[in-house]
Ligand binder design. Structure first.
Ligand code: GFB
Length: 311
C-alpha cells in the first residue's frame, strides 16, 4: 500500500506511540487525522468515534489508543486498564470493521506473551501459557485486540494485523514517575533527586530483569514501513531492537544521561515483573527494517524533551 496518497487515521494521538505516529506522519506530509481519548470519553462514545471515521474516511488506521503504563500502574489499576483497552477493541476496531477499513495496524504489547515463554519471544508462543501476574488484565485486553485483527482478516478479508512493540520510551512520554515505564520513571526520579540533592534513588526490584527498548520515533518508522509492505496474512509481527538490557544497566544509563551523582539502591520490596522480555526481531529484519536510534541516544533525546517540558 502506498501511504503517500492514503487517507489515514491515528487513534490514540495522546499516547506516546500515537504522538510519535502523528509527528512522523507530519514529517512525511501525509494526510493523517488523529483521534484522542478525550474526544471520545475514553473510547466509550461510539458516535464520536463513528463521526471521526466518517470525517476522515480512512483507508489506513493505526490504533495506538488505550490507557497503558508501567508495572506500578498495572498493579494499581488492572480493572481501569482492562476497561479502557477493551473499549478500544470494541468501539474503535468495531467501527473500522463495520466500515470495512482496508488496512489497520493495531499496537499490541510485549506483555501479550506468556510470562515464561521461550526467549527471544516468537509469535508462535502467544497463548501458550499464563500472563505475567502484574499486568495480566491489561495483557488480556491487548491480546483481544490482536485476536480481533486475526478474526476480521478471516471473516472480512481485510489486511489487518497487530504489531507487538518492545517497551517504548521517547520525548512524547507523559513522565509520570508512578505510572511510567522504567526508563522514563527512573529519568524523572533521578532528575528530581539531582535538583534537590537527594543522596540516593531507589531502583524498583532486584535490577536483574531484562527488557528490550524501542525509541518512539523508530516505532513510528517501523509501523509506516509495515503498513506499506507487510503481508497481514502472516499475522502479528514483533517490532523490537534485537538487544536487551538489565534494569541495573538501564538505571546506570539513566544516571549518566541525567548526570545524577547519588547512589542507586535496589528496593526489593517492589516487584520485578517478567524476568526477561526480548522480542524475536527476525521477521522484521528479514524485511529490511531496523531501528536507527540506540538506547543511550534515545535516552538523551528523551531527557532533553523532559527538561524542556520542566522549564
Ligand atoms: O517498565 P516497567 O514498569 O514494566 O518495569 P514491565 C520494568 C522493570 O523495571 C520492573 C523495574 O522490574 C520494574 O520493577 N523498575 C525499576 C522500574 N525502577 C523502576 C521505576 O522507577 N519505574 C518503573 N516503571 N519500573 C510493562 C507492563 O511491564 O511492560 C505494561 O506493565 C506493558 O503493561 C509494558 O506491557 C510493555 O516491563 O515490567
Amino acid at each position: 500500500m502506498n501511504l503517500t496518497s492514503a487517507r489515514m487515521l491515528i487513534c490514540g494521538g495522546e499516547t506516546l506511540a500515537g504522538a510519535a505516529l502523528a509527528e512522523e506522519a507530519n514529517r512525511r506530509g501525509l494526510d493523517a487525522a488523529t483521534l484522542a481519548a478525550a474526544d471520545t470519553s475514553n473510547w466509550a462514545d461510539p458516535d464520536a468515534i463513528e463521526a471521526a471515521f466518517a470525517g476522515q474516511d480512512p483507508e489506513v488506521v493505526f490504533v495506538a489508543a488505550g490507557e497503558s503504563g508501567g508495572i506500578a500502574l498495572n498493579r494499581a489499576h488492572p480493572a481501569r486498564l482492562l476497561e479502557s483497552n477493551l473499549r478500544v477493541v470494541l468501539n474503535v476496531l468495531g467501527t473500522a470493521a463495520r466500515r470495512r477499513v482496508p488496512r489497520l495496524v493495531y499496537l499490541a504489547s510485549s506483555c501479550c506473551y506468556p510470562r515464561d515463554a521461550a526467549q527471544p519471544l516468537c509469535v508462535e508462543s502467544l497463548m501458550t501459557g499464563p500472563f505475567e501476574p502484574t499486568n495480566a488484565a491489561y495483557s488480556a485486553a491487548k491480546l483481544a485486540g490482536l485476536m480481533t485483527c486475526e478474526a476480521v482478516r478471516t471473516e472480512h478479508g481485510l489486511a489487518w494485523f497487530a504489531a507487538i512493540p518492545a517497551t517504548l520510551f521517547g520525548p512524547e512520554d507523559h513522565f509520570d514517575p508512578d505510572h511510567a515505564h522504567v526508563a522514563s520513571g527512573l529519568l524523572v526520579r533521578m532528575h528530581e533527586a539531582k535538583q534537590r540533592n537527594i543522596p540516593a534513588v531507589a531502583v524498583w526490584g532486584t535490577g536483574r530483569p531484562r527488557r528490550d527498548f524501542l525509541f518512539s520515533r523508530d516505532l513510528a518508522d517501523a509501523l509506516f514501513f509495515l503498513a506499506e509492505k507487510y503481508d497481514a496474512a502472516k499475522g502479528p509481527i514483533n517490532v523490537g531492537p534485537d538487544t536487551d538490557l538489565s534494569i541495573a544497566e538501564v538505571a546506570q544509563a539513566v544516571k549518566k544521561v541525567v548526570g545524577y551523582e547519588g547512589q542507586l539502591e535496589f528496593d526489593v520490596s517492589k516487584p520485578d515483573g517478567t524476568p526477561l522480555k526480548r522480542l524475536d526481531a527476525g521477521p522484521l529484519r528479514a524485511m529490511g527494517w531496523q531501528p536507527k536510534t540506540d538506547f543511550a541516544a534515545g535516552l538523551r533525546e528523551t531527557y532533553a524533551a523532559f527538561c524542556k517540558l520542566k522549564r
